[in-house]
Structure formats: C-alpha cells, structure tokens
Design a protein around this ligand. Structure first.
Ligand code: HPA
Ligand code: ZN
Length: 351
C-alpha cells in the first residue's frame, strides 16, 4: 500500500475504538433527546418551551454543574406525552448506537419526570419496550430497561413510583430488569433510599445507583453496603479513598464512567485530567458510556475517541479491556456475554 494510504497507528486505534463491538450501560434515554426532536415533539404536542429556537436551546447547553444541567434536561423531557414520543426518542438513540457498533444497551428512564406531568408509567414503558423490540429486529441490538428513582424527591415518592410500575414490571420481566438512582447527588445520599431498594431486591430486581460523580466516596460505600447495588454509575471519585478502590477492585464492581459528561458538568476541568486511565491501572472494571449524549456533545464512540485522544496512556489493550468490561458488567445472560466476548476477541485478532 502506498504510504499515504497507510493508516497511522493512531488512526488504527481510533478505527478500532469505533468499530469494536461494545455495550452501553449508562445512558439516560431522556438525555438522548436532541434539540430538533424536542422542538418537533413540542409542536406536535402543543407544549410551549422557554427557548425560541433549536439554536437558542443548544446555546443554553453550557453547564456549571449537575444541577444546571438537570434544570434544562427536565425542561427538554416535558415535550414527551404519548407512547409514540417515547418510541421515537428511543429509536433515534438505537439508530445512533447501532452506527457506533453498540450490540447491547441498558437504558435508564426517569418515570417521575413524566408521571409528575400526568403521563402514566405504562405509556412510558410501553413506548420504550416497543422501541427495544424494534431495535432488535432492525439493528440486532439487544437491550434492557432500568427504572431510575429521582433522588431529590422523597423515598415515599420512590415507593409510590414502584407501586405504579409493578404492573409494567410484571408484564415486561425480561426487559425491565432493574432500578437505579439519579438526579441531584449532593445532599441526597444513597441511604435515603434504603427501604425502597430493599423492596426492589425482594422483587428480584437488579440494582445500580449513581454515586461518586459529584458526591463523596462515602456515597459509593453506602450504595454498596446499604443499597447493595451491583454496579456504580460514574464512581470516579472512588480514587480519593484507597480502601474503597481496593474493595471495588476485589469485588469487580463495575463503574459506568461517562467522560464527556464529567467534563461538561465540571467534575474534571478537561478530558486530559480525566482519571479513566488511572481507574484501569488500579484494576477497576471501568466502562465508557455517554450518559446524556444529546446534552454532553457525543454518543459512545465520541466518548471513546475524545478520551483516547486526550489521554495518550490509553492503548489498544485498554480499548479491548473497556469493551470486555462492558460485556462483563452487563445484566445479560452468561451465554450472551460469552458470545460477545468471543466476537470481541475475533475483532481484535483481525485488527
Ligand atoms: N447524573 C445524575 N442524574 C442524571 C444524570 C447524571 O449524569 N443524567 C441524567 N440524570
Ligand atoms: Zn447518569
């Protein structure tokens, strides 16, 4: 091949990141709502927005912390009213995920953001389940759903949401497999939700929680010890506590890390300062995810590419580890995980 057509090793690494099969485990489906779709749904549903145009809305995406993002994120979600709206939102995500070689996705959704506006939980779940089924048929992506409780609301409100969700959980046992905890972290420690998580555990649901994004390592400890979660969403602040790092590594508790989100919400000032490489060096089961891709400047492959460009310590071996971790950390069956890991090995063997 003439030298000008040869890919440099750096370009080969970027191609590998984009083309390797991967799972996405930390994506808030309402955070995949692009401004264009927000405006189209607002018009269709007669919802008025505080922003006059797509450009004005996008211009407002300059966040100083988690709360400044959440205010706009909840305003964006206010256009979702009907089953078709949830279906379209999720299908738009799956289309992009398929292009990024995501073979499996576990989607968070925030029912309280919708039930508070009078949208029944069944409407939300039915739209999302229909999209999950269509995504498997159209793109070959498998998917699961995780219901998140908003931690700025009370535990009583979470119990109420769980009650409302029970018929949907019953009807879609193999799809709606778990619960999570999101929204404003500071001042809302995991233990605030101890009883509702215990109830979810009794119901056989899988458990995850956001912890250690803006909140201290103590929130990661209590997510593990009080809520008994199986994965930590974000968790990047664990490095402040060596005993916690040792525990997470020994138990292989996965961390669903979201690099572009962390920079947009000022958890790290720049991607070059992100601790992803450090988390891997420490032997932690870290994964790369997009969090709220419509708001944070990129879907999963943009997270991989931007982070590897910013952190030269990251190599093809790390790319392999991150993709493998994403399968290991998923809530799919062991058979499915093994199949994906073989496909990943084959991909790296050819590359
Ligand atoms: N953190 C907490 N809550 C959220 C987030 C996040 O990054 N995205 C959507 N809800
Ligand atoms: Zn999140």
């Amino acid at each position: 091949m003439p030298p000008e057509l040869e890919q440099s090793s750096h370009e080969r690494l970027l191609t590998l990141l984009c083309d390797m099969p991967k799972a996405e485990l930390h994506i808030h489906i309402e955070g995949s709502l692009e401004p264009e779709l927000i405006f189209a749904l607002a018009q269709r549903n007669g919802v008025s927005l505080a922003y006059p145009s797509v450009g004005a809305l996008r211009a407002a995406y300059a966040f100083s912390d988690l709360q400044s993002f959440l205010d706009i994120y909840y305003a964006g979600a206010s256009v979702l009213l009907h089953e078709a709206d949830f279906y379209e939102m999720a299908m738009a995500y799956f289309r992009r995920a398929a292009a990024d070689h995501v073979v499996h996705a576990e989607l968070f959704f925030d029912p309280q953001t919708h039930t508070e506006r009078g949208v029944p939980i069944e409407v939300v779940v039915n739209g999302l389940v229909r999209a999950c089924e269509a995504a498997e048929a159209e793109f070959g992506i498998t998917s699961l759903l995780i219901l998140c409780f908003l931690r700025h609301l009370s535990e009583e409100a979470a119990f109420d949401t769980l009650d409302q969700a029970l018929p949907s959980i019953e009807a879609h046992r193999d799809r709606l497999v778990g619960v999570g905890l999101d929204s404003s972290e500071r001042g809302h420690p995991p233990e605030k939700f101890a009883r509702v998580y215990a109830r979810c555990r009794e119901l056989g649901l899988r458990l995850v929680a956001h912890a250690g994004e803006e909140g201290p390592p103590a929130y990661i400890w209590s997510a593990l010890d009080v809520l008994k979660v199986e994965r930590i969403d974000h968790g990047v602040r664990c490095v402040e506590d060596p005993a916690l790092v040792a525990r997470l590594a020994a138990e292989r508790v996965p961390l669903t890390v979201c690099p572009l989100s962390n920079v947009k919400l000022r958890v790290f000032d720049t991607l070059a300062q992100h601790n992803l490489a450090r988390l891997l060096e420490l032997g932690l089961c870290a994964t790369v995810n997009s969090d709220d891709p419509a708001y944070f400047g990129g879907y999963i492959n943009q997270n991989f590419v931007a982070t590897f460009e910013a952190l030269p310590a990251l190599t093809a071996a790390h790319a392999y580890t991150l993709a493998r971790n994403s399968f290991e950390a998923s809530f799919a069956s062991t058979t499915q995980k093994t199949r994906w890991m073989h496909a990943l090995d084959a991909h790296f063997a050819q590359g």
